[in-house]
Design a protein around this ligand. Sequence first.
Ligand SMILES: *Cc1c(COP(=O)(O)O)cnc(C)c1O
Length: 217
Amino acid sequence: MPLADIQDKIRASCDRAGRQYADVTLIAVSKVQPDARVAAVLDEGQRIFGENKVQEAAGKWPAFRLQYDDIKLHMIGPLQTNKARQAMELAQAIHTVDRPKLATTIARLAQETGACPDLFIQVNTGEEPQKAGVLPAEADAFVAQVRALDLPLRGLMCIPPVDEEPALHFALLAKIAARNGLAGLSMGMSSDFERAIALGATHIRVGSAIFGDRVPA
Ligand SMILES: *Cc1c(COP(=O)(O)O)cnc(C)c1O
């Protein structure tokens, strides 16, 4: 779908919800997409992109950044502590802070370098054993822990279970964020970003609707 059509849908969703278009950040999820498609979306004017894997992001984005100096990268996949340094060098935001060890590693690197991307805590709203994220019942304590490390915590992120109504998960995430005084809500993907905007999403992560189906590597 052309980027302009996605932007129209975002605008319409904002209007319906009585929200400002400027308060919703579209992250174009470019993981596994061929460079030609990424180049086309850059050409359409998009500058904020999401990647799952540090390795892949490190291979893809330095070259594009030589052409465009205003690209912002958001890391949205599970992050190993030994990749934290590279992720922090590449990205302006990390959406998947999900355990104390990762938070303390990021804090140490932030101290050392004097810089830190915006951080989101991933919450496993569906309590799925295979999925990353803190459990909803542990979220408040982890928020406090990350704040005590003096890190730039902006909000919460979730990936609802595939077979459940996402709105329930978006509402739960919004509730946890509100009671913790967090403004950022990273939620909503290609199939449900309009519902996420209705429930307060500030960052939507849209891949296949923009780029077409992912071609397996
Ligand atoms: C791949 C991915 C997306 C984008 O998914 P689409 O359904 O293609 O929009 C969003 N968020 C995360 C965490 C992802 O891994």
